[in-house]
Design a binder for this molecule. Structure first.
Ligand code: ZN
Length: 289
């Protein structure tokens, strides 16, 4: 299934997308929770109910709805640095022995089509196309062999980065967490739909120019390694989003650098999942509220 959070009329709720459109789960299966976090917390039984509800349900055309970030506020939004060898090389670093884990603040999440801000504080804004996975079950101390069981599904993440703020201090939290710098979507593809999440082509375009092109088989620490590693230290919860790292081709590594500017459009596509596209805009005047 492709699980979406969408708005139609005045309401935001969850649904399932297929070729015919969006099944509104709030009417096709009203007993289910109406937001994605509560739905994921409800576990496999809720997934089965959602799958069964598609049969014969009416569809809303995709063009009539607004897709939101599938999870508006993940409990945790983690990301992995330096997880493709070619990206490690373009940054002039060594292949890491351990995953480089950092936080993105969950307030930076936006959905498909929402503007990525060039903030007032810096114009050094860069894209990072990434495979994201979403936790489906509360868990700790998960072995690599059991890791697939705790992943609800996969999505596309743009780990937007303010490079000067990222690199001028030892920890990356500030440079990775500006508001709007966590586009996620367009949906969560449930894990059962992907035969192998580590055999997916991933590509990033800026204004139609191909900037990144790789395959998730190139991940140094794959999704299952990461579940084992992260859950060694802390509890993972339904709705946690982990962005797995970006391949070579980020703007800052180009000669000369090609950073994002207002008017640009970033499109990230992962085979078997979909495409996440966002425009870049200047930070509006009214963000101080
Ligand atoms: Zn990244």
């Amino acid at each position: 299934m492709k699980l979406v959070t969408f708005s139609h009329g005045d309401h935001t709720r969850i649904g399932v997308v297929d070729d015919a459109g969006v099944v509104d789960l709030s009417s096709a299966a009203p007993e289910l929770p109406h937001d994605m976090l509560a739905f994921l917390e409800a576990g496999p039984a809720a997934m089965q109910t959602a799958a069964a509800a598609q049969d014969g349900a009416p569809r809303i055309a995709l063009s009539e709805v607004r897709l939101e970030a599938p999870i508006a506020r993940p409990p945790k939004f983690l990301a992995i640095g330096l997880n493709y060898a070619d990206h490690v090389a373009e940054g002039g670093r060594e292949i890491p022995e351990h995953p480089t884990v950092f936080n993105k603040q969950s307030t930076c999440v936006v959905g498909p089509g929402e503007g990525i801000h060039v903030p007032r504080a810096s114009h050094v804004v860069d894209y990072e196309g990434e495979l994201g996975f979403v936790i489906g079950r509360r868990c700790r101390h998960v072995s690599r062999d059991d890791a697939a069981d705790v992943i609800a599904g996969y999505t596309v993440v743009n780990d937007v980065t303010v490079r000067d703020w990222q690199l001028r201090v030892p920890t990356w939290t500030m440079g990775k967490s500006f508001d709007t710098h966590g586009p996620i979507g367009p949906w969560i593809v449930t894990a059962d739909e992907l035969a192998d999440p580590h055999r997916l082509d991933i590509r990033t375009w800026v204004n139609g120019e191909l900037r990144q092109e790789s395959n998730t088989k190139e991940l140094i620490f794959d999704c299952f390694n990461l579940v084992e590693h992260l859950s060694t230290a802390f509890t993972l919860e339904p709705g946690d989003v982990i962005a797995t790292g970006t391949p070579a081709g980020v703007g800052i590594a180009m000669k000369p650098p090609k950073l994002l500017a207002a008017g640009d459009r970033v499109r990230i596509e992962i085979d078997g999942i979909g495409a996440l596209e966002n425009p870049v805009i200047d930070e509006p005047e009214d963000t101080a509220s």
